[in-house]
Design a protein around this ligand. Sequence first.
Ligand code: NAG
Ligand code: NAG
Ligand code: NAG
Length: 209
Amino acid sequence: MASHHNTLFSILLACSLIISIFNIAIASSSSPSSSVPTKTLNTYKFFIQRYCNSTTYPKNCYKFLSPYASVIKTSPLILTRASIYIALKESSKSCYALKSLSTVKGLTHNETLVLKDCVENVDNSLYRVKQSAMSVKDLNGTASGKEAFEWSNIKTYMSAAITGYTTCTDEFDEKKIRASLQEKISSRVTKAHDLVSSALSVVNKFTQY
Ligand SMILES: *[C@@H]1O[C@H](CO)[C@@H](O)[C@H](O)[C@H]1NC(C)=O
Ligand SMILES: *[C@@H]1O[C@H](CO)[C@@H](O)[C@H](O)[C@H]1NC(C)=O
Ligand SMILES: *[C@@H]1O[C@H](CO)[C@@H](O)[C@H](O)[C@H]1NC(C)=O
C-alpha cells in the first residue's frame, strides 16, 4: 500500500468500527426474529437463499446473511448493505485479533515481521471496508450515473480489502513461522476475507442492473 496513506491510517484507525453506521444499519434495526412470524421469516430466508444462489459464494452468502432475515426482508438493497456491514464488523475483529497477536511475548524475529506486515495489511483492509460502508449507506440502488460511479468505487475498495487479507497469509510461504501461530492468524484473516469476498459478490450481483 502507498506509504502516504500511513499517517491517515494511524489517525483514523486502530481497528475501530464506525459504530454509528453499524448501529443504524444492523444493530438497532435487528429486532428479535421472534417478533416475525415463522412463515414470514421463512419467506425472507427463501429470498436470501435465492438471491445468494446467483452469487459467487452462495453458501457463505446465505450463512452470513440469514441471521439478518428479519432486517433484510425481501430487499436486495438492504441485503447488499447488510453484507457490507457484516464484513465491516468482522474486519474490525480481525484487526484487533492480529494486533493482539503481535504483542504476544516470545515471538521469533520472522514472526514479528510477519505479524507487523499482517497488522498493516489488515488495517488497510479495514479502512477499505469502512470506505465501502460509508459509501453504501447513502445509495438507494438506482442506476443513475453518480450511483453507478459509487458502486464501482465500492467494488474497488472491497477488492483492495481482499488483497490485503491474501497478502497477509501469503507471507507464510516465505518466512518460517510456527504452525500454531499460522493457524491463529489464518483463522481470523480467513473469516474476514470470506465475509468481504461474499459481500463483493453480492455487490456484483446487485449492480447487474
Ligand atoms: C439454492 O441452491 C441450493 C443448492 O444448490 C438448493 O438446494 C436450493 O434449493 C436453492 N435455493 C433457491 C431458493 O433457489
Ligand atoms: C436515489 O438517489 C438519487 C440520488 O441521490 C435521487 O436522485 C433519487 O431520487 C433517489 N431515488 C429513490 C427511489 O429514492
Ligand atoms: C526467516 O525468514 C527468511 C526469509 O525471509 C528465511 O530465509 C529464514 O530462514 C527465516 N528464519 C528462520 C529462523 O526461520
